[in-house]
Every structure is written in C-alpha cells, then in structure tokens.
Design a protein around this ligand. Structure first.
Ligand code: NAD
Length: 489
C-alpha cells in the first residue's frame, strides 16, 4: 500500500487470506483534512466475524503459536517491531492521512510506540518470573497458560498504537487475535498485518476484520462462545454494550474507556512548566485523547493571570494540514464529531459559560475542506455543568477555580469518570497526599502523558474495567493456574 491519491481496497485478513465482505459491501474511508477518498473498506458481516474467530480458534487449537516457548514468540515479535521501524515513515503517513493526527505525532510518538509495545511485551514474556511456594512437603507454583482467542476492539484516536497495545501482550502470552479497528481508521491495521506476516508471524495468529461496531461484525466478536477474552478501548457507552454481550458467555472483558480528567494547578506551581503542559494536556491530539486534562482547575489566587496566559498560548497554536511538520492540531476525525464538539460549545454558553478564545469552526482556505475547530477555552462554569461532566473529546477546555486542596480534590473526584489526573505544585507533601486520594487510574505530578508500560493502565468509574500493562496484562491474557504437588520423603 502507498500513500498516493489512488484509493486502496481494504479487506479482512482471515487466516492467511485477504477477503472482501461476505456480502460484497464496502464503506469509504476519507482523509479528514480534505475529504480525499483513501480506501474502500470491506464492511464486515456476522459471517466475516465468525470466520475470523474460526481462523483464530484453529491457529490456537492446532497451530504452533501457543506451544512455542516465550523466547520463540518474543523473537518473532521483535522481528515485527524491527519491520515496523523500517516502515515507520509509511505507517506514519497512513495514520496521519486516515485520522488527521499530526505527522510529527505519528512519526515521533505513535509509530515508535507501536514498535515499543511489541518489544516491551517480547521482553516481558521472556523475563517474567512464575511464583513458586515451597511449604514443607508441598510445592506449589503458578502457570500462566494463554487464555485462547482474543477479540481486540480498538478506537480511531490512536489507531495502531492502541491496537498493538492489545495485540502485543495477547500474542506474547500465546493467544491468537481477531482485531477490529475503528471504521474511521482502517489503514494502518492492514498494513501492520501485512508487515507482521512478512516478518514471520504465523498465519491465523492475527486476523483483522473491518466494519461498524453497532453492526453485524461486532456480534461474534463480543458474543461468540469461542472467544476467550475481549479487550476493548472506546467510549463508555459502547463499553456497556460490549459488557452486556460478553456476559452471556461469562467472557472476561478488559475495557479502557472515556475520561474527563482534572488538571489541577496550584499557585505554587512553576508556571513555565504548568502552562505548556496544560496546553498539551488538552490541545495535543486535538483533545481527542482519552487522557486529556479537559477540566482545568486553577487556584483562585492565580486564576485570572493563568487563564490569560493559557488562552494566549491556545490562540497561538498552529491548526492546519496534519501533513505539515509544523502543525500542532489537525482536523477532527469526522463531520459528526465536529458537530458534537461545536454542539458542546453552544451548550456551554447556554449553561452560562464564557468563551475566552476559540469557540468556532475554522473555515478559511487552509481549513475549508476539513473538520477543523479552534482551540477553545471556556470559563464561568461550575463542575455541575454538563460541559464539565460529559466527555467532549475535542479541543475544548473548561476552567474552574478553587481555593483549597480539599476543594480541588473534591471537584476532581466529582465525576462519573476516573481515568487520569494531573497536578502542578512544588509542594511534595501535597502532591503525594492528593495522589493517594485521587479517584483516577493514573496521576501525573508536574508532568503529563508519561507512560511506563510496566504500570497498570486503566480507569475507575465509567472510565474502565480492569488494568493492562506489564503483570496486569499477563493476568488478563492468561489463565493463571495453581499447581500443587506433594513431595514424597
Ligand atoms: P467507540 O466506542 O465509538 O468505538 C470504539 C470501537 O468499538 C470501534 O472499533 C467501534 O467500531 C467498536 N464498537 C462500537 N460499538 C460496538 C459494539 N456494540 N460492539 C462491538 N464493538 C463496537 O469509540 P471511538 O469513538 O472510536 O473512540 C473514542 C472513545 O474512546 C472516547 O470515549 C475515548 O475516551 C475512548 N478512549 C479510551 C482510551 C483509554 O485508554 N481509556 C484510549 C483511547 C480512546
């Protein structure tokens, strides 16, 4: 596949063959910057989903993959990672055209993280220790056999990075996978699958089907009893459907879902750090990031001065063609999402909010054909407003003031979500006190978005169910088994 303007055909990978949809239907994938048709994509049916599960089941039940030693699997995953590095430029261009992510982010963050996901879990599985419990004449130990067939369902906002955050551990621990990428961003999943097969991944171990979640293809992925694990990243609303479907077969689900994270700035913070980090925390990735710091809580003693500086920086951000290396924010993913974001800014004003900067679609020559929205800062709302409670998933920051540490924590925790939190202060005691009481899967202090893949990743409340990362991924993608032997004297 190349990045020329000729649209490509995107098919399902089932076993070692590329198939169109069983009923021949397709849908289009277009560039959100200018509407160029990039691909005609197989629109998965229930039969397609079932066929992919059959291929994954066969590869698991009769193929070599689950029987290989961790070292052998790790060698193949490292070869795939090397191949991803070799194709970094190509994969980055595809990601940027398909989803509007800036090229600097695709090239320097997302695709390198794809390779890192693979290498990290190759290393982990090679080095992980299994526990043993000698107890007199009893010896007990723990085995971690693979769970079986994994359905991996991923979103559009970090397509290949999040798909491989699932695929890499699932494969490393010996499972086989059916991946369903988001319909908005199907390109890199297929190119990755081609690269992985060329690099030595056995056929059937990774299968890819395309289509819309609410439609037929999703049925088998979430409710077929031959599926042993479902790993899902997406919205909290979709998570409910997936959990309901999975419950029929008691299939374990790991769900990484939405967020409405608080970013708290105290008056003792180093503002030369807090301002640019806070800008990145909401406008990086166009606010289409689950971890975005979309509620900015600023201590009242510095609130006015901080907002002025923050809004000034927001207004200066370069919004435009994501293929340009100097662009900070590209287009939103699609028209429907642009309408949703614009609708929330209207709602914010109806709720009494004041738009300090932004608050409009961008329609100039550079933006005319794309789904562009200006970086937006809103003040004057309380944490009870819908704007502050619901996930907008766009470049919209709601600023709320507070006086004390307790008040900041109360506001931060007063949310149905609980994915992440950021805190800027120079008071070490306060930082640790707050981290201990924060209802969030991840807390960053004087930094943002640093990820060590050994750490548990996930959320509280409607942000998540379970954790992945390092040992947490091992627990989810395996069936830990207790073995006890009585030793004869
Ligand atoms: P989405 O829930 O609409 O879709 C996610 C995936 O689920 C897609 O592949 C979609 O086709 C599929 N899907 C939809 N309905 C389904 C169903 N009934 N059965 C099976 N699959 C179904 O989410 P999105 O709009 O693609 O992504 C944005 C959301 O993802 C945001 O809420 C964001 O916060 C969240 N997200 C969370 C994390 C995290 O790690 N917590 C990371 C990235 C994105």
């Amino acid at each position: 596949m190349t990045t020329t303007s000729t649209p490509v055909e995107i098919r399902h990978l089932i076993g070692d063959e590329w198939h169109g949809a069983s009923d021949g239907t397709t849908f289009e994938s277009r560039d959100p910057h200018d509407g160029t048709l990039l691909a005609n994509v197989a629109r998965g049916t229930a039969d397609d989903g079932a066929a992919a599960i059959t291929a994954a089941r066969t590869a698991f039940d009769t193929g070599p993959w689950p029987q290989m030693s961790p070292k052998e699997r790790a060698t193949i995953l490292r070869a795939v990672a090397d191949a991803v590095d070799e194709h970094r430029e190509e994969l980055a261009q595809l990601e940027t055209r398909d989803g509007g992510k800036t090229i600097s982010q695709s090239l320097h963050a997302e695709i390198p993280r794809v390779a890192h996901n693979l290498r990290f879990f190759a290393d982990y599985v090679s080095m992980a220790a299994n526990e043993a419990y000698p107890d007199g004449d009893l010896l007990s130990y723990v085995l971690y056999p693979p769970a079986g067939v994994v359905s991996a369902i991923s979103p559009w906002n970090a397509p290949l990075m999040l798909a491989t955050w699932k695929i890499a551990p699932a494969l490393a621990f010996g499972n086989t996978v059916v991946l369903k990428p988001a319909p908005q961003t199907p390109l890199t999943a297929n190119r990755f699958a081609e690269i992985a097969l060329e690099a030595g991944l056995p056929a059937g171990v990774l299968n890819v089907v395309h289509g819309f979640g609410g439609e037929a293809v999703a049925g088998p992925l979430t409710s077929d009893p031959r599926v042993d694990r479902i790993t899902f990243t997406g919205s909290s609303a979709t998570g409910v459907h997936i959990l309901q479907a999975a419950a029929l077969n008691h299939t374990p689900v790991s769900a990484e879902m939405g967020g409405k994270s608080a970013n708290i700035v105290f008056d003792d913070a180093d503002l030369d750090v807090a301002v640019p980090m806070s800008i990145r925390a909401i406008f990086g990735g166009n606010g289409q990031v689950c971890l975005s710091g979309s509620r900015l809580l600023v201590q009242n003693s510095i609130r006015e001065a901080f907002i002025e500086r923050f809004a000034e920086e927001a207004a200066k951000l370069t919004v435009g063609d994501p293929k340009d290396s100097g662009t900070f924010m590209g287009p939103l993913i699609e028209q429907r999402h642009l309408d949703k974001v614009a609708g929330y800014v209207e709602l914010a004003q109806e709720e009494g909010g004041k738009v300090i900067t932004g608050g409009e679609r961008l329609t100039g020559v550079a933006h005319a054909k794309g789904f562009y929205y200006a970086p937006t800062v809103i003040t004057g709302l309380t944490n009870e407003s819908r704007t502050a409670r619901e996930e907008i998933f766009g470049p919209v920051e709601t600023v709320i003031g507070f006086d004390t540490e307790d008040e900041a924590l109360r506001i931060a925790n007063d949310s149905p979500y609980g994915l992440a939190g950021m805190l800027f202060t120079q008071n070490l005691d306060r930082a640790h006190r707050m981290a201990a009481r924060w209802k969030a899967g991840t807390v960053w202090i004087n930094t943002f978005f640093e990820r060590d893949l050994r750490l548990p990743f996930g959320g509280e409340g409607i942000s998540g169910l379970g954790r992945e990362g390092g040992q947490y991924s091992r627990e989810f993608f395996t069936e830990p088994r207790a073995v006890t032997i009585r030793l004869r004297k």
